[in-house]
Structures are given as structure tokens and as C-alpha cells.
Design a protein around this ligand. Structure first.
Ligand SMILES: *Cc1c(COP(=O)(O)O)cnc(C)c1O
Length: 387
């Protein structure tokens, strides 16, 4: 299995983790071909998660934008986001390797909830690292994880968000690598995580391909996904990469403005660098120090992005775009009032991009609604009271 995507990806880790990652790669390569593994995962995705998720024709939004808009309803998954597709896959790999303890990092809390859920289902203990700032922004998810039996470790270092939570999770893994499996929540981290997570999330794009063919008899002109680490985007894009007529549009978080310091758009504003074990586009200052990211959406508030997306950008295969905090906020209310669907603030960035791109008129467009908005109600209500 290739460990890099062009110059990106790789395995920039200490020796102890290097051999653990080699064992993981070996286990994954072996298990993913096994019919019993596919059957177990397929069964869980169907009966536990509720897949396939619908591809819904949004007629009122289509009328307004002049595009034919289809929404991939990952918000309808059990636990309310796409993250569960990946955590169930990884926990089956962990079990096959005989691991006894699961750790994870979380930003918005969605990956923490999805991991705690998978652990409850499999009867494995679960420790989740979460930045203090994110714990405050996403308190319902903190309670959810606790109810599911997970131990939450508040991270008080640095910016107290996802980047620091990830650093602490890696530290735990270094100390407990024998019996512990680290479930990473996006297409980031050292090889084989970006490949493995992309494989597990590709169910989104595979279903979409089949569904759009049967709904309109052809492939879409464009698919749009929000980009934090890039797992819902890669999951949607991967099955369409070879179809050159399908534009792959990324919606990064422009925060308070792309040219301000308060943004989270490494594909648009980063430079190649190494973070958390892999090389990718990265927000950094002139000395190469990793910059703080900012987004209203905790799930997008990360200075790095997956290596495969970095590579696709260099190949010119991506159409790069972004939405500000305000645009995402407005798009969230727009979908709620127009279609009766309250999206999470992350996919609201994808909707905001749809809303402002005039080149999508008369086109068939799929927007990946990666999660539902319940977890963001606090942030949304605070914003509403300022209007
Ligand atoms: C975590 C999350 C994201 C961002 O992560 P990706 O790996 O980029 O997909 C987007 N949407 C939702 C709903 C999330 O929970």
C-alpha cells in the first residue's frame, strides 16, 4: 500500500509508533479483503447506522439557486454525522488486532461521540481527548460521550482545540501502544490512516454515484463538501476522481475572512509542512510555526488538511472555495427555512459555497450534508441573539 500521495502523507513519527503503524497497515490490508469483515461492517452500516442515507432532491433550494440540488443526507446517520462510518470500520480493525483500549481525539465532539458509540457497541473502554474550548462550545456532545461510558480528558494546553487534543492523543498512544488502538477521526495523521479513513468514508460517494444515476440517469456536474481534515470530502470525492466532468468543490472555513488571521483554510492559504505525523498543506507563519486556525465551526477549526486532498489540489483536480463564519451561519438558517433541515455548521459552509457560485446555475449539484445541527444549537442561538 502506498504511504504517500505525491509528496504528501508519509509517516513522520518516533520509532515506537512507526512499528505500531506498520502492524496496523498489515492488519488493515489483510482484513479489508476478508468477506466476513465486509459482511460485519456492511451489516452494521445498514442496520445500526441506517445506511444507505437518502440522496434528496431539494426542490425549493433548486428553484432559488437555479441549479438542480441534491443533498446527501449524512445527517440522518445514527449519531448525526458521517463520522460513524469510519469509527465502526476502525473498531473492527482494532478488535481483529486484539486491542483492549480505544483512544480518540475530538473537535466538534462528533468523532468523540461516534467513537464512544462504537466502543459501547463493542464493549471496549474509551478515552477521548478534547480541548477545553471545544468542550464549552459543544457541551451536548460532552454529555453524550459521558452517557455512552467514555472518559473525557480535557486538554488545557495551547489553543485548547482540536490540534492540541490530537497532540495529547498521540502522546497517550506512544505510552500505551501495546494494548491501545488510536481511532483517528479524519483523513489525516500518519500512513495508513488517511487511506484507511478514506476507504471507510467512500461509502458516501459510492452510494451517491448509484443514487444520482438512478434519479437523473447521469453523474452530477459538481459535488461540494466542507473540509476540516477532509474525511467527508474525500468520502464523497473518491469514487468520482476519475470522472473529469464532475467538479470536486471544497468548502473551507474562511472564518472572519480568508485574508485575516482568523481562518481555517489550509488548501487556500497554507503551505506544505508536517503536522501530526504527515506532510500536507498547513497554516503556518513565516518561520514555519503552525498557526492557530479559526472557524465558527469546531469541526473545521484545524490548521491542517489530509494529504490526499493536498495532492489533488496540486494536480488541479479540486475547485477550491470557502465560506466565512457569517456566510455559513446564514446558509444554516437558509436550509432550515427553505427545506426544513437544520444542518451542522460544517456542511453549512458547503451550502454557502453553493449559494454564491453562479457557475453552478443549470447544473446538477450534490451537496454533502455531513451532519445535523443539533450540536450547534448553542452557537446558533448566540448568533441569533446578536442579529
Ligand atoms: C467532523 C465534521 C466535519 C469535518 O471533518 P472532515 O474530516 O473534514 O469531514 C464536517 N462535518 C461534520 C458534521 C463533522 O462532524
Amino acid at each position: 500500500m502506498k504511504s504517500t500521495f505525491g509528496e504528501y502523507g508519509g509517516r513522520y513519527v518516533p520509532d515506537t509508533l512507526y512499528s505500531a503503524l506498520e502492524s496496523l497497515e498489515k492488519a488493515y490490508v489483510e482484513i479489508r479483503r476478508r468477506p466476513d469483515f465486509r459482511k460485519t461492517l456492511g451489516g452494521l452500516l445498514k442496520d445500526y447506522v441506517g445506511r444507505p442515507t437518502p440522496l434528496y432532491f431539494a426542490s425549493r433550494i433548486s428553484e432559488e439557486t437555479g441549479s438542480q440540488v441534491f443533498l446527501k443526507r449524512e445527517d440522518l446517520n445514527h449519531t448525526g454525522a458521517h463520522k460513524i462510518n469510519n469509527t465502526l470500520g476502525q473498531i473492527l480493525v482494532a478488535k481483529s488486532m486484539g486491542k483492549k483500549r480505544i483512544i480518540a481525539e475530538t473537535g466538534a465532539g462528533q468523532h468523540g461521540v461516534a467513537t464512544a458509540t462504537a466502543c459501547a457497541l463493542m464493549g471496549l473502554p474509551c478515552v477521548v481527548y478534547m480541548g477545553e474550548e471545544d468542550m464549552a462550545r459543544q457541551s451536548p456532545n460532552v454529555y453524550r460521550m459521558q452517557l455512552l461510558g467514555a472518559t473525557i480528558v480535557p486538554v488545557t494546553k495551547g489553543s485548547r482545540t482540536l490540534k492540541d487534543a490530537t497532540t495529547e492523543a498521540i502522546r497517550d498512544w506512544l505510552l500505551n501502544v501495546e494494548d491501545t488502538f488510536y481511532i483517528i477521526g479524519s483523513v489525516v495523521g500518519p500512513h495508513p490512516y488517511p487511506t484507511m479513513v478514506r476507504d471507510f468514508q467512500s461509502v458516501i460517494g459510492k452510494e451517491t454515484r448509484r443514487q444520482i444515476q438512478s434519479l437523473v440517469g447521469r453523474l452530477p456536474d459538481a459535488v461540494i463538501a466542507s473540509v476540516g481534515g477532509g474525511s467527508n470530502a474525500m468520502g464523497m470525492f473518491y469514487p468520482f476522481i476519475k470522472d473529469k466532468t464532475v467538479a470536486l468543490i471544497t468548502a473551507e472555513a474562511a472564518g472572519k475572512g480568508l485574508d485575516s488571521d482568523a481562518q481555517a483554510a489550509p488548501l487556500l492559504r497554507g503551505r506544505p509542512g508536517v503536522l501530526h505525523g504527515a506532510k500536507s498543506y498547513l497554516l503556518q507563519d513565516n518561520e514555519g510555526q503552525v498557526s492557530l486556525a479559526h472557524s465558527i465551526s469546531a469541526g473545521l477549526d484545524y490548521p491542517g488538511v489530509g494529504p490526499e486532498l493536498s495532492y489533488l489540489k496540486d494536480l488541479g483536480r479540486l475547485t477550491l472555495d470557502s465560506a466565512t463564519d457569517d456566510e455559513a451561519f446564514a446558509a444554516c438558517g437558509w436550509l432550515a427555512k427553505t427545506e426544513g433541515i437544520i444542518p451542522a455548521l460544517e456542511p453549512a459552509h458547503a451550502l454557502a459555497v453553493l449559494r454564491k457560485r453562479t457557475d453552478l446555475k443549470n447544473k446538477i449539484v450534490v451537496v454533502n450534508i455531513s451532519g445535523r445541527g443539533d450540536k450547534d444549537l448553542g452557537t446558533l442561538m448566540e448568533g441569533l441573539s446578536h442579529v
